[in-house]
Design a protein around this ligand. Sequence first.
Ligand code: SF4
Ligand code: SF4
Length: 162
Amino acid sequence: MRAVRNIRLCTKDCLCLYVCPTGATDTENGQIDWSRCLDACHACVDACPSGAIFRVPDNYPPQQEKKEEILVPLRALLAGKARQELAASAVLRDERDPALLQLALALKQSIRVTAEDLAREAGYMLPQSAAVRGFLRSLLEKERPEGFPEEAVKRLLELLPG
Ligand code: SF4
Ligand code: SF4
């Protein structure tokens, strides 16, 4: 088991920096340094007031198999959520009314949470799953928009087991 930090939850209280016996929590990129994280330790998880640090296993169990008749509607729902999120983003970009902006932001966030659940159910949760590798490869095979993080996708493919 190793510790990971969810940057989105981290409020920079820095308690994890003080309690870590190896300095693994003190890195420039905000990620915990697994080469220094101790297997039996839990200190940063207990200290973090924001619940931003989790313990995860070094190796995950295999992804559960899903039947195609489940996957097809799941993917369709996921695509629908992506379109809805784009629509909410367009409102956020173009709208000036504060009430509508607040509504669009809440909608966007709730759509994203649902989309993440659907993605997990569709098999994109575990890093070693074939669905994740297939998805990343498919991104490199398509025409890529400006700013597409090609190097990051290639690096992920190198790092993912399988
Ligand atoms: S203790 Fe938690 S909130 Fe504070 S810096 Fe560490 S991860 Fe972030
Ligand atoms: S689990 Fe322990 S060793 Fe690993 S980062 Fe947290 S405090 Fe440091």
